[in-house]
Design a protein around this ligand. Structure first.
Ligand SMILES: NC(=O)c1ccc[n+]([C@@H]2O[C@H](COP(=O)([O-])OP(=O)(O)OC[C@H]3O[C@@H](n4cnc5c(N)ncnc54)[C@H](O)[C@@H]3O)[C@@H](O)[C@H]2O)c1
Length: 465
């Protein structure tokens, strides 16, 4: 399909030319970013997807945005899109396991690329992307929007300041609730061949945060994980007759607390239910299906090149959504917690929420009083992170960033390789060395961190009265 209403030449201007492949829910951020917020610097010249219905929806979205309607292409015609629309940059927002193919082909065609996280899902694909970057010299950006959330930049600021000294170990626990967490078990994410499992698909955000916060590179990984909540047995324990195929046709809709009504949401209906006829993809599959092969309970131990260690967990069936991270430093401890509200619960309520909006950050010196930080804030999705990230991507000259939040294939690799190594641990039970997975991962650029191994102030003695 090349359903063009406007010839690419109509767009000729000094604005950067972008094409998007993968036109599901996440792509809307980029399409609107180009066509609404940053139209002065950017133009959308082509859209591509495996699903013809979503190609048409993206083109309609351009019209709604008041932008020229770009030509649309099916996945098989991606090369034709590159040749006809001549994008400067290709944005890849497909299901994870397909990222590498589009990234490599776009770079080979002379385009820079932007990819959603995770950069890819296994070591062989990661190697292909790294090799293509080296071979072509093109730029590959990985959009780690979590880095741009203001409270996380605030944590980075404290760590860079040296207030808690050098970080020797980190405890990091991420909780997905039974709205958001369950949603991964309904969709393409529920098979490792599509997503790499949550240790890659979801944890790439978390491992990247730790790499970036510490300014360090992971070296060794140990992991355990299993699926114990989203199972057919759990469906029966919850009073259902067992797992079903999907919510739309389920005979136990009324009894099931995990029922998702695609037809009730105009957005989900248009994007998925009405597009099923093109590819047979169901967005509302039963979360208890036996064919699911991703874990819902995961623990990972990581050793870093600077000597620090990470103890990490991810659970997908929690009462609240968010995380707790603690950095144990030579001069003190930094504790940071965010309770998040999540779109899929529909109610915008924050279970387990706390009075200050869900964010606490506390610095506790080895001696003396702890201090609570007033959280840095911003507005918009992902705590304002998405807006800041789009500015970093689309502004011709983004403001200098002391935290170096813009990430490329090096950081993309360093984050997924922890999850990929963890997946290998689950198969073999043995510790994995990250360097054994791929070769030639250059060290990412990190902002300067406190020097390690230097003289330290002696903590004061405890005075008994
Ligand atoms: N940074 C974040 O916070 C964030 C949030 C959501 C999604 N994402 C990422 O964005 C990407 C897309 O996620 P989504 O939620 O939009 O999923 P989605 O299922 O809504 O959309 C995926 C789209 O890719 C298309 N597609 C799948 N395989 C394809 C292929 N081989 N060729 C062409 N098109 C293909 C599908 O038809 C669909 O339109 C994923 O990589 C996901 O990890 C990131």
């Amino acid at each position: 399909m090349s359903a063009s209403t406007s010839s690419p030449s109509v767009f000729a201007s000094s604005r950067r030319r972008y094409a998007i492949v993968g036109l599901g829910s996440r792509h809307e951020l980029y399409q609107d970013g180009i066509e609404k917020v940053h139209a002065a610097h950017a133009q959308l010249v082509g859209v591509c997807d495996a699903n013809a219905g979503r190609v048409e929806l993206a083109r309609q979205r351009s019209a709604q945005n008041g932008a020229p309607v770009p030509p649309g292409y099916r996945a098989a015609d991606f090369g034709q899109m590159l040749a006809e629309t001549k994008p400067d940059v290709v944005i890849v927002v497909t299901a994870d396991a397909a990222h590498h193919d589009y990234l490599v082909r776009a770079m080979e065609a002379g385009c820079d690329v932007i990819t959603e996280k995770p950069m890819t899902t296994d070591a062989a694909k990661c190697q292909q992307i790294l090799d293509a970057c080296r071979r072509t010299g093109r730029h590959c950006r990985v959009t780690f929007n979590y880095r741009y959330s203001p409270p996380r930049a605030q944590v980075k600021e404290v760590l860079m300041s040296g207030e808690i000294g050098e970080v020797l170990s980190v405890d990091f626990h991420w909780l997905l609730n039974t709205h958001h967490g369950a949603d991964y078990f309904r969709r393409w994410h529920s098979h490792k061949k599509n997503s790499g499992g949550l240790l890659v698909h979801k944890s790439t955000h978390h491992f990247d945060l730790i790499n970036w916060w510490l300014g360090a590179v992971p070296v060794t990984v140990m992991a355990s994980g299993r699926r114990q909540f989203y199972t057919p047995a759990m469906a029966r324990r919850l009073g259902l007759s067992g797992a079903h195929e999907r919510c739309l046709t389920c005979s136990e809709q009324k009894q099931c607390g995990f029922f998702m009504d695609l037809a009730a949401s105009p957005t989900l209906k248009a994007l998925y239910l009405d597009c099923e006829s093109y590819d047979g993809y169901f967005r509302d599959r039963c979360v208890f299906r036996p064919d699911i092969d991703i874990e819902d309970t995961m623990n990972v131990l990581v050793g870093y090149d600077n000597g620090a260690t990470l103890s990490y967990s991810l659970n997908a069936f929690n009462a609240w959504e968010g995380y707790m991270v603690s950095f144990n430093g030579t001069k003190g401890r930094l504790e940071h917690r965010i309770v998040e509200s999540v779109y899929v619960n529909g109610t915008e309520t924050v279970q387990g929420g706390i009075a200050d909006g869900g964010v606490t950050t506390r610095v506790i010196p080895l001696r003396g009083e702890a201090r609570d930080l007033v959280p840095w804030t911003s507005t918009g999705d992902h705590g304002g992170g998405d807006r800041l990230m789009l500015e970093d991507i689309f502004l011709p000259k983004p403001p200098a960033d002391k935290y170096l939040r813009a990430a490329d294939e090096r950081a993309g690799a360093c984050s997924i390789l922890v999850g990929i190594a963890a997946n290998r641990c689950l198969e073999t039970g043995a510790q994995v060395r990250v360097a054994d997975l791929v070769s030639g991962v250059p060290r990412p650029d990190y902002a300067p961190m406190p020097a390690r191994d230097g003289p330290l102030p002696m903590p004061g003695r405890r005075v008994r009265t």
